[in-house]
Design a protein around this ligand. Structure first.
Ligand SMILES: Cc1cc2nc3c(=O)[nH]c(=O)nc-3n(C[C@H](O)[C@H](O)[C@H](O)COP(=O)(O)O)c2cc1C
Length: 304
């Protein structure tokens, strides 16, 4: 067995495979299907201060090699998360990353403070990249100054590793990444979904109730790999790469492009075993190539 362990800003993971926020519920939905303790970490659905009802349906639309979603950060709010979901997560033998989002900077720092006080939470992922939220969300993530402001204030509210999740729906993702790093992000995760739309040609209506939604799955992978590579060249903090990872080979592309760890999202809907198969596949690849540790591959891309 190769050494698959990685370190994300002091957070020790037994392997680099994490679940992507919003595609894994609060973990227990998948607990009967796979051994969650084998995962590098579990990143749970984004929570907000107050419950959010989400967008009007339909909220999902399958596309060639991907899916559009416009969930709109539906969740029961942080108090319900702590009361109902945390006890299950606390019993797991894998780090728990709580994902937070807010409609204001103050919301984000309050959430970070509340969740940081809980020993069951190992790290905070600040989602400044949801394309479906009414306010906040992607607006923070698409502007360097707004991103720096929300990251800086959230930084002050937590001593836990702070991961900032970036959006591809911006002109220059590397500039936003640099701004987040300077403002105190310990790690960056990317990409969230790519803004998209589909039309029903018979009814002349959009396929999603929210008209637009976020595209995920294999269709976005080349965009995501390119963005991870670009961000990795500009920042020193670790990167969690995601976007269309279905197989170990996909995950390895991200690592070679510069990611320290990867997250698996849409693949969970197709095959709940996908993250486990990806962990096993990374190990097989390393053993076959006689590479002792996965970290040797990080950013190992050769360009002449
Ligand atoms: C149905 C669905 C819900 C999602 N909800 C969230 C969320 O609550 N918070 C978040 O940060 N990202 C959310 N995402 C984005 C994923 O975490 C991930 O960044 C994106 O889907 C790209 O990875 P993938 O192609 O492997 O799915 C969601 C994605 C999907 C498909």
């Amino acid at each position: 067995m190769a050494d698959l362990s990685v370190d994300i800003a002091g957070l020790k993971l037994k392997n680099p495979v994490i679940t992507a926020s919003g595609t894994y519920g609060s973990g227990k939905e998948y607990g009967q299907l796979i051994d969650i303790n084998r995962l590098g970490a579990v990143c749970v659905k984004t929570v907000t201060l107050k419950p959010v009802a989400g967008n009007r349906p339909p909220r999902l639309w399958e596309t060639p090699s991907g899916m559009l979603n416009s969930i709109g950060l539906q969740n029961d709010g942080v108090d319900a998360f702590i009361a109902n979901d945390l006890p299950y997560l606390a019993a797991l033998d894998t780090p728990i990353i709580a994902s937070i989002a807010g409609t204001s900077v103050d919301d984000c720092s309050r959430l970070a403070k509340m969740l940081s006080a809980l020993p069951e939470i190992d790290a905070i992922e600040l989602n400044i990249s949801c394309p479906n939220a009414k306010a906040g969300g992607v607006i923070f993530g698409s502007d360097e100054k707004l991103a720096a402001d929300v990251v800086g204030k959230t930084r002050l509210a937590t001593t836990k590793p702070l991961i900032v999740k970036l959006t591809p729906n911006t002109g220059d993702i590397a500039a936003v990444a640099v701004a987040c790093e300077r403002a105190g992000a310990d790690a960056l995760s990317l990409i969230n979904t790519v803004l998209g739309m589909a039309v029903d040609i018979h009814t002349l209506r959009p396929q999603l109730g929210n008209v637009v939604g976020g595209l995920s799955g294999p269709a976005v992978k080349p965009i995501a790999v390119r963005m991870v590579w670009e961000v990795a060249r500009n920042v020193g903090v670790p990167i969690i790469g995601m976007g269309g990872i279905m197989t170990a080979a996909d995950a390895l592309e991200f690592i070679i492009a510069g990611a320290t760890a990867v997250a698996v999202g849409t693949a969970n809907f197709v095959d709940p075993q996908a993250p486990i198969k990806i962990i096993e596949g990374i190990n097989q690849y390393l053993e076959k190539k006689s590479i002792a540790t996965v970290s040797e591959l990080m950013g190992a891309l050769k360009i002449d």
